[in-house]
Design a protein around this ligand. Sequence first.
Ligand SMILES: Cc1cc2nc3c(=O)[nH]c(=O)nc-3n(C[C@H](O)[C@H](O)[C@H](O)COP(=O)(O)OP(=O)(O)OC[C@H]3O[C@@H](n4cnc5c(N)ncnc54)[C@H](O)[C@@H]3O)c2cc1C
Length: 87
Amino acid sequence: MGFGNPQYEGLLKELEIELDERGNVRATEKNYHTNIPKIFAAGDMRRGQSLVVWAISEGRECARKVDEYLMGHSLLESKDQNILHEI
Ligand SMILES: Cc1cc2nc3c(=O)[nH]c(=O)nc-3n(C[C@H](O)[C@H](O)[C@H](O)COP(=O)(O)OP(=O)(O)OC[C@H]3O[C@@H](n4cnc5c(N)ncnc54)[C@H](O)[C@@H]3O)c2cc1C
């Protein structure tokens, strides 16, 4: 549960996923990518304790970034502008 800080033991530790200074998974709002290729993070896991509206917004934005990563572009809606995004 992201709300109580990510649990480091297990998945995060085994994959050597980097945390930020607050103990959350380090991933930027630019692309939601962690330090490990193909691993993305969004919501409380990335932001720390927050609101459900942020979790929904980040989930949607992150999905678009994953789509772009896999396909080279995405037709999913952007929070900022409803246009086709190329990497
Ligand atoms: C008690 C409480 C009250 C809240 N009240 C409000 C409120 O009134 N209004 C509001 O806006 N927000 C509220 N929040 C905050 C809101 O619930 C969170 O911001 C939101 O749920 C975050 O969504 P998320 O998807 O990022 O993370 P989460 O909802 O924490 O979902 C993460 C999911 O990942 C799963 N998971 C974790 N590790 C693994 C793993 N290794 N493998 C597979 N699955 C895994 C977890 O079981 C969980 O289902 C509250 C939170 C709490 C705890």
